[in-house]
Design a protein around this ligand. Structure first.
Ligand code: XMP
Length: 519
């Protein structure tokens, strides 16, 4: 299919904040993709046909031998280019300038840039107060700019903070306009895409139409199966695909005994009532809980659950007969994270569950219509598709479910207590109008019993931990600053309403160093 929208290419040199560049551009309704520099070949550039290019920051030093470079042909595309931090340095190095290493001129953190006399369209709306706060994070710096470039902004440690060759529409900045610590940074991106001639027409309505056309083109008249987790991503993917191919799609929803209170009923009702699509409900509680019996190691639990999902899914998918495609709710951050900058494997913190392994085993091809979207964009698409608002706004729920909120051995009574406590906690959060301010909230039941006193009697029951975090993408997180009144009231309610718990704690660990889930 030909590209309907103009596309912006972000060449990634491994900065921690490259994804934020994409976020800023998507907010301007500009379609962009991030690709690691290693993959950007001449053939790729010809196929991608970008209308503008951004060179990201990165941890390397251009002075080092073998440091990352974009293909030199990128500078012959005759499209506007913006280099950021390492992107600026590599641009100078390739185009005939010079870069030197730190020696007292490294800058990390807040800095102020002041303008040079001449005006630059990239800087429309900048310098209304003489100087702009920016976020710097560089060891090396440009010491001589390439022929054709002029200086448009300087900071005390970066005499070439903003440079441009206006005859070629090449721009480069030493700081990071994509981060919040550069408060006026979004304006810079807005000016850049305006100059490049983007229409800003990449809306969710347009995305929906194009995604439907793409799914039809990919699938033809073949059958597709979709594993529903009950979460937002797989549900939105299912509804979108159903809109595209109707009853060629069958959804399989597995109850593994590790769902929250009322969750299975909620998902079944939502799909049965709102969408008339082939739907298999697989009640596999006995199987999962049986296999998990006696297991307490977090990774072993995760592996067991992952394997069982594949087995069960495979068994039920066979009922569909002759499916050629497997639909997944893979999101853009998953796609980017899976391409490691160094090309080497990154450290496994937790083996995340998905239905990986299944496609090869069953000879299935993947349909992933959300691959280009961020989480909040998926929610927007869900609204566009008419999914109930309450469902779309649900907090993320991990594939291994309550198993990873039950450190130590998983037993049915413990899961039951956990479900009840979690339901009270979420009810409290909703009643106080806090649900939408929190990325994710849940209870973990701890593998420890403590002594308490209720009425005149001694109790010896489980302790639990409340968790609530704010986050943008789940990669980093802060604990939510509940009031003491809220925490006190919630602890009282849980202890009074949930037999089996006599102590409540609040987890105030951020991520890093903690993770969001307990296992
Ligand atoms: P952690 O605990 O790694 O979690 O900080 C980050 C986010 O990922 C979710 N999570 C998972 N989601 N399968 C999933 O689909 C998994 O195996 C898994 N483990 C963690 C977690 O709930 C949080 O939103």
């Amino acid at each position: 299919m030909t590209n309907i929208h103009d596309r912006l290419l972000i060449i990634d040199f491994g900065s921690q904040v490259t994804q934020l560049i994409a976020r800023r551009l998507r907010e301007l309704n500009v379609y962009c993709e991030i690709h690691p520099y290693q993959n950007v070949t001449d053939a790729f550039l010809a196929e991608f046909a970008p209308k503008a290019v951004i060179l990201s920051g990165g941890p390397a030093s251009v002075i080092d031998e073998g440091s990352p470079r974009p293909p030199s042909t990128v500078f012959d595309l005759n499209v506007p280019i913006l280099g950021i931090c390492y992107g600026q340095q590599v641009m100078m190095e390739v185009l005939g300038g010079k870069v030197e290493s730190g020696h007292g001129t490294a800058e990390f953190g807040r800095a102020f840039v002041t303008p040079e006399a001449e005006k630059l369209a990239l800087l429309d709306g900048w310098f209304e107060d003489d100087k702009e706060q920016v976020w710097m994070s560089h060891g090396d710096h440009v010491s001589k700019i390439a022929p054709g470039f002029e200086v448009y902004g300087t900071s005390p440690n970066a005499p070439f903070a903003i440079i441009a060759d206006t005859s070629r529409n090449f721009f480069a900045v030493q700081f990071h306009p994509e981060v919040h610590h550069t408060p006026n940074g979004a304006k810079l991106y807005e000016n850049f895409v305006k100059m490049a001639g983007f229409k800003g027409d990449w809306t969710m309505g347009a995305y929906r139409e194009e995604a439907i056309a793409k799914i039809r083109e990919q699938v033809g008249d073949a059958k597709v199966i979709c594993g529903l987790s009950g979460g937002v991503d797989s549900s939105v993917a299912a509804v979108l695909i159903h809109e595209a191919i109707g009853d060629q799609l069958t959804c399989v929803f597995v109850n593994n005994g590790l769902l929250r209170k009322g969750e299975a009923e909620e998902v079944i009702t939502m799909f049965r009532d709102n969408y008339n699509m082939p739907f298999i409900y697989a009640d596999e509680r006995e199987l999962f809980l049986g296999e998990l019996d006696g297991q307490s190691d977090p990774e072993t639990k995760r592996k067991i659950i992952g394997k069982l999902f594949i087995d069960v899914f495979q068994k039920h998918a066979a009922e569909v007969g002759g499916a050629k495609f497997l639909a997944q709710g893979t999101l853009y951050p998953d796609v980017i994270e899976s391409v490691s900058f160094s090309g080497g494997p990154s450290v496994t913190i937790k083996s995340h569950h998905n239905v990986g392994g299944l496609p090869e085993k069953m000879g299935l091809k993947l349909v992933e219509p959300l691959r280009e979207l961020f989480k909040d964009e998926v929610r927007e698409l869900g609204r566009e598709l008419g999914l109930p608002t309450g469902f779309i706004g649900r907090h993320p729920f991990p594939g291994p479910g309550l198993a990873i909120r039950c450190p130590g051995e998983i037993t049915r009574p413990k899961l039951e207590i956990l479900r009840e406590a979690d339901a009270v906690y979420i009810d409290q959060i909703r009643k106080h109008g806090l649900y939408d301010d929190i990325w994710q909230a849940f209870v973990a039941i701890l593998p420890v019993k403590t002594v308490g006193v209720m009425g005149d009697g001694r109790t010896y029951d489980f302790a639990c931990a409340l968790r609530a975090v704010t986050s943008v993408d789940g990669m980093t997180a802060d604990y939510f600053p509940f009031s003491h009144e809220f925490l006190g009231e919630t602890a009282t309610r849980i202890i009074n309403e949930v037999p089996g718990i006599n102590r409540v704690t609040y987890d105030i660990t951020s991520k890093p160093p903690g993770t969001i889930e307990w296992e």
